[in-house]
Design a protein around this ligand. Structure first.
Ligand SMILES: [Zn+2]
Length: 435
């Protein structure tokens, strides 16, 4: 390759930098792979005759076995000792465990790259990025498999944290006092393969659901307000956690995350969500001392949607009516708002039912809609952070057209994305090294 370049240089008198740099990198990779191979062999020049077997007995050296690994420098072949236990007959290669390449043909460095591209975009897109940026040939299936394996591993670690949290076994978090800590949660549909929705009813009656709800939660802090007294979110303070799972499991997950962030050290605690009942059940169970706030914009949306039904033929009157009720809502005068809804003369049974449902929604959430008080306390009154999170964490990766997920695959990628967007990816790799 280099010879071709130099021949070209002599002929044309010009250097094609792009060709030279790429060819040089390839050559460097080849040289590096040779060094790496050498290092791996040298590090094990002495082969132990026996190693401990997990069963408690000793495993004896059996033979040297070859293994091929794809590293960031390219493919290398190595020999490593293989041991068999005479007691339980299990075999093992301790070096694989030491190098963190057990059961895989990709080095940790390559797996990290694959997790990164696989969490960012479609696996085929990731394959092209790795080819172009790292000069490595992997299949999109390999990226999918490894990204999911790492996502599942992250999810497993989190699950262990959750277990410790619910057994009140988590250490007190060592953080400075936090003026205000927020927990927000929301749900968003993830398109899934048909087998994941069998027997489940969709939103349209008689039609099976094509999506499963992923629940996403975030935790962030607020210290300052702007010059107009509005709350300002602490920069880089947002962490996410989520999965397609029941509200019960999700509640525990979110509690563990908030605890990890120092929930107990927060002077003021706030939970913000839309009106969904599961959200407030979780707030009551896991965050009982928090101020509960219904997202103002969701509440307004309820009024707009109701008005569209009540005044379908009179947009002018609709506008007047909504304005009037929105004033009550913004003023936190929910009892008065509910009274107005009750007094409205419905023109059909259907509208009467709708009015009753909406009255109930506002009455049930009245204490969560005291917006003037929340504003006076310089608190956020919208759930914009989690709504944006639903788009960036879930939507932009899992809801692209033509994508259909298994719950297992979706949860692995959600775990991976939450980890990365919470800036915990480096911690994860360090925890692997320490294991
Ligand atoms: Zn054994």
């Amino acid at each position: 390759m280099l010879r071709v370049i130099f021949a070209d240089l002599r002929k044309s008198g010009r250097l094609d930098l792009e060709a030279v740099e790429m060819a040089t990198r390839t050559a460097m990779h080849q040289a590096g792979a040779a060094v790496l191979k050498e290092l791996l062999q040298k590090s094990r020049s002495e082969v132990a005759r026996e190693v401990a077997c997990p069963c408690g007995q000793q495993a004896r050296f059996h033979e040297m076995r070859p293994k091929q690994i794809l590293t960031v420098l390219g493919r290398i072949y190595m020999q490593r000792a293989y041991y068999v236990c005479g007691h339980c007959h299990d075999g093992q290669s301790p070096l694989d465990w030491e190098l963190d390449i057990e059961g895989t043909e990709c080095s940790p460095g390559v797996r990290r790259m694959m997790a990164l591209v696989g969490s960012d975009g479609p696996f085929e897109h990731g394959r092209r990025q790795i080819e172009e940026l790292a000069g490595l040939d992997v299949t999109s299936k390999t990226i999918e498999r490894h990204a999911e394996t790492i996502g599942e591993d992250i999810a497993r670690q989190e699950e262990a944290e959750v277990q410790r949290a619910i057994q009140l076994d988590l250490p007190e978090v060592n953080v400075a006092d936090i003026p205000v800590m927020y927990v927000e949660m929301d749900g968003t549909g993830v398109p899934v393969v048909a087998s994941e929705t069998e027997g489940r009813m969709g939103k349209i009656e008689g039609q099976s659901a094509r999506t499963r709800e992923a629940k996403l939660g975030c935790v962030f802090t607020q210290t300052a307000t702007d010059d107009q007294g509005r709350p300002v979110r602490d920069e880089d303070s947002t962490t996410y956690t989520g999965a397609i799972e029941t509200a019960e499991l999700f509640g525990r997950r979110l509690y563990a995350e908030a605890h990890h962030r120092g929930w107990n050290r927060a002077k003021r605690k706030v939970v913000i969500g839309d009106g969904a009942i599961w959200i407030w059940n979780i707030a009551d169970e896991h965050f009982p001392t928090a101020i509960q706030i219904v997202d103002l914009y969701h509440a307004r949306q309820h009024l707009w949607e109701l008005s569209a039904k009540l005044f379908s033929s009179d947009p002018q009157q609709r506008l007047r009516w909504v304005k009037q009720l929105q004033q009550k809502l913004d003023a936190g005068k929910i009892e008065s708002l509910v009274k107005t809804l009750h007094a409205f003369p419905p023109s059909s049974d259907e509208l009467a039912k709708l009015l009753a449902t909406e009255s109930e929604y506002f009455a049930r959430n009245a204490e969560r809609m005291r917006y003037p008080k929340f504003r006076a306390d310089h608190l956020f009154i919208g759930s914009g952070v989690i709504e944006a999170g639903c788009k960036t964490v879930i939507g932009s990766r899992l809801k692209k057209s033509g994508m259909f997920w298994t719950v297992r695959g979706a949860n692995a990628i959600i775990a991976l994305r939450c980890n990365r967007l919470s800036d915990k990816f480096q911690d994860y790799w360090e925890s692997r090294r320490a294991a």
